[in-house]
Design a binder for this molecule. Structure first.
Ligand SMILES: Cc1ncc(COP(=O)(O)O)c(C=O)c1O
Length: 429
């Protein structure tokens, strides 16, 4: 299909080709990115893109839905089966939009949500003051008790929950390398009648692979995930819910039948309009891929690669936020060095390795020049890099950091990166 563009729009064709070359010759270590399979990409450019389908399967506002209904229902069924939820909405346009839909479903303006401090790993969509949601709801912050281990301050969460009576207690974050004790979150939520919600955007693929714990097993009721990170799907999201009957925010009119309707209505028409049926078909393909046994191997290797990366950086004298990792990411703490997140991100860009600068807990530096660097292994594990290659990559990264202003060294490293990249091709190409 890309070749059709060549004759219609050569300028865009050239840019797509240039991006293909960049992805083929470079390495992706941004913790939130991945490579989609050709099947997932193909579904996104399929003819479902031509269809308007407001509503849900069997209840649409336009005709001609015999195929979209079956396709969306398949995506819903695959999502609920893979994640053990009672209900799935597959229509929210992105992680940010899905979080807004959940707030619209569960909250009234002025209600309180308890979420993680941004510099401790929380996400802007969990109610930072710069966001519109921050003006509508009352977001309060908890943090880590011990940043050298990542231990969450549950005493603080309990105290804040009892004092401020949040409607949602929100777990999981954007830059947090450790497993969470979900049962403790759920216990506190239960004590104060709040919904236990998890934003699993980063690790849903690893939960699907069966290598990290599923919060639904610890009585969480609502979850959001993006589908393009460790799950390797299109850029989109899922809203999953469970345990509707015991939902502490249950209203008199709620039954296990109509709670899903309320989520679906919060998405459409509450927050957004046309669901992109082509992307939903790509989600269905990605969920099918994630249900295969090979996906478990992928999850195991992603964790093994991250573990090796952490050990290698530690053995080279680097400091890591929380001291290591239990999942797919590490966060380097450069605050005691001459370096910062921007310098090292740019040095790695020079050699063809993409990463993202990151704040560290209570970062003294501003967000556009923070003291940390977040690195993740899901994408390069999709290209089947293993521990041996990861050790070499860390050596390259370290050399690039120490020589960030030495063009000759960076040029040499770029060639090394390109050679290994070509040996481990992306499944998208
Ligand atoms: C924890 C978390 N929530 C929400 C989002 C937003 O997702 P999206 O980029 O799809 O809007 C992200 C992605 O950056 C994330 O990491």
């Amino acid at each position: 299909m890309v070749s059709d563009i060549q004759w219609v729009d050569p300028q865009i064709f050239e840019l797509i080709k240039a991006e293909e070359r960049r992805q083929a010759t470079g390495m992706e270590f941004i913790a939130s990115e991945n490579y989609q399979s050709k099947a997932v990409l193909a579904a996104q450019s399929g003819v479902f893109a031509n269809k308007y389908s407001e509503g849900t399967p069997g209840r649409r506002y336009y005709g001609g839905q015999e195929n979209t209904d079956l396709m969306e229902q398949l995506a819903i069924d695959r999502a609920t089966a893979l994640f053990g939820s009672d209900h799935a909405n597959v229509q929210a346009l992105s992680g940010a939009a899905a979080n807004v839909c959940i707030y619209a479903w569960l909250l009234e303006p002025g209600d309180t949500i308890l979420g993680m401090d941004l510099t401790h790993g929380g996400h802007l969509t969990h109610g930072h003051p710069v966001t519109f949601m921050g003006k509508i709801f009352n977001f309060m912050r908890y943090g880590m008790k011990d940043i050298s281990t990542g231990e969450i301050d549950f005493a603080q969460i309990r105290q804040m929950a009892h004092e401020h009576k949040p409607k949602i207690i929100l777990a999981w974050f954007s830059a947090y390398p450790r497993e969470l004790d979900y049962a403790k979150f759920a216990e506190i939520a239960n004590e104060v009648g709040a919904v236990a919600m998890a934003d699993m955007s980063h690790i849903w693929g690893l939960i699907a692979a069966g290598v990290l714990a599923n919060p639904f097993d610890a009585w969480f009721q609502v979850m959001m995930t993006t589908t393009h990170k460790s799950l390797r799907g299109p850029r989109w999201s899922l809203i999953l819910s469970k345990g509707t009957v015991s939902n502490p925010l249950k209203k008199p009119e709620d039954t296990s039948e109509n709670i899903p309707t309320r989520i679906d209505r919060a998405v459409f028409p509450g927050v957004q309009w046309w669901p992109h049926m082509n992307t939903i078909s790509a989600i269905a393909v990605a969920l099918h891929e994630a249900a295969q046994p090979a996906f478990r191997t992928y999850g195991e290797q992603t964790l093994a690669n991250a573990g090796t990366m952490a050990e290698e950086f530690l053995s080279r004298g680097y400091k890591l936020v929380t001291g290591g990792t239990d999942n797919h990411m590490i966060v380097l703490d450069l605050s005691e060095t001459e370096l910062d997140g921007t310098i090292v991100e740019q040095a790695l860009d020079e050699i063809g390795i993409s990463t993202s600068k990151s704040t560290i807990p209570d970062d003294p530096n501003p967000p556009y020049r923070p003291s940390g660097l977040r690195i993740g292994t899901p994408a390069m594990t999709t290209r089947w890099l293993q521990q041996d290659q990861i050790k070499t990559v860390v050596w390259w990264m370290d050399t690039a950091f120490q020589n960030h202003d030495n063009a000759t060294v960076l040029e040499w490293l770029k060639k090394e990166v390109e050679q290994m990249s070509r040996e481990f091709p992306s499944p998208s190409l």
